[in-house]
Design a protein around this ligand. Structure first.
Ligand code: 5GP
Ligand code: MN
Length: 355
């Protein structure tokens, strides 16, 4: 990670000192990094006497609910009207783990209407220009949690002493760095491992966290995983593994939000696969949500950007397709992916995208 500028850190510290009502905003369908970084920041701001709320466009998925203890539950708002009211009152907005207010979906307008100071803390490619007063954008980190850790360590009262953050903030930060790096299997930088070591030394119980994260799923997830791998996954001649699952299939396995997280990574374990695409029909049936993962020399970001109105990171990206505006129905999704794969790998499109 590049060194954060002293001027930016001083400005952030001044903004926090001057804030009365802070609102932390993160992306729709929040993942471990969105939840972990928001909670860590909320605990920190609250510790500095700032009244703080986290506005979630969608509820926290059940498999991450363990992270929201009694103190944290005071911060979290996931009801649209309450979220809009909190945003209206905010004199400090901190957007974390997204690169544009567009990623807050139905809260976008309320986020854009905030009149107070606006800060972005994020690790995705291409942060939106113009909207924020202060931007911390760094792509060479595992997660927003890692970038936030670096910012918090540099606050005057923390003085680079991780133990001064406390175990709760440390555990929240460890959560996001662990999930976004797939438990240190991707996006792992020297700074990532250094941070993990410092947090463990500061008393974070990583074993307990891993138990909560990876050994506490419901059986349904694994039944559905078997179905996904044996019945749904296809592999194109270009080496694109893909699966399209309908809302009915998801319902018939009793799958809840968050319970298919990580499925998209599994096909990358096949030597011949260069990219993996996982497509899920939303309950409303008017949208397909898309996750894309790729191996080295193939840009998931570019694929998501070209064909699925999305983006993200070089090897982990996402997007969506509207039905029937962009694709007439889920039945056509297989054919659409096959066509995109052919085009992408025949043209110059699969070159790595530049930040
Ligand atoms: P996931 O597949 O886990 O939902 O998302 C993978 C990555 O792509 C995440 O970093 C996420 O923030 C990003 N991403 C997911 N959906 C979208 C989208 O619609 N637009 C953009 N720009 N990024 C997305
Ligand atoms: Mn993230």
């Amino acid at each position: 990670m590049k060194k954060l500028s002293d001027a930016g850190l001083e400005e952030f510290n001044r903004m926090v000192r001057g804030a009365a009502h802070a609102v932390i905003s993160t992306h729709a369908h929040p993942d471990g990094d969105a939840i972990g970084s928001s909670l860590a920041l909320a605990r920190y701001l609250s510790g500095r006497g700032v009244s703080t709320r986290i506005v979630l466009p969608d509820p926290c998925p059940e498999n991450l609910a363990f992270a929201i203890d009694d103190t944290a539950s005071e911060f979290v708002i996931d009801k649209p009207r309450e979220a809009e009211a909190a945003l209206k009152e905010a004199d400090l907005l901190i957007s974390i783990d997204y690169n544009s207010p567009r990623r807050t979906e139905h809260l976008e307008e309320a986020v854009r209407s905030v009149s107070g100071h606006k800060v972005l803390i994020d690790h995705h490619i291409s942060p939106e220009n113009g909207f924020y007063d202060l931007v911390f954008s760094e792509t060479e980190v595992s997660s927003s949690c890692e970038l936030l850790y670096d910012i918090l360590l540099r606050m005057p009262e923390i003085g680079e002493q991780a133990e001064r953050l406390g175990k709760e903030i440390g555990t929240d930060l460890m959560l996001g760095m662990t999930t976004d790096s797939n438990n240190f299997s991707n996006s792992t930088w020297p700074s990532t491992l250094k941070m993990a070591g410092e947090l463990i030394a500061a008393g974070v119980d990583r074993d307990a966290l891993l138990e909560n994260l990876y050994n506490n799923y419901r059986e349904n997830r694994f039944r559905f995983m078997g179905y996904f791998l044996s019945k749904k996954m296809k592999i194109t001649s270009e080496g694109v593994a893909y699966a399209v699952v309908s809302a009915d299939e998801i319902r018939s396995f009793g799958i809840r939000d968050g319970e298919t997280d990580g499925f998209v990574n599994i096909p990358l374990g096949i030597g011949a696969v260069r990219m993996s695409v996982f497509i899920k029909e939303e309950d409303s049936r008017d949208r397909l949500r898309v996750s894309v993962r790729s191996k080295e020399c193939t840009s998931a970001n570019r694929f998501a950007n070209l064909y699925f109105n999305g983006g993200g990171h070089e090897r982990a990206a996402g997007g969506r397709l509207s039905v029937p505006a962009e694709i007439s129905g889920i039945d056509e999704a297989d054919e659409y992916v096959e066509k995109c794969a052919r085009e992408f790998f025949s043209a110059e499109n699969n070159k790595e995208s530049r930040p």
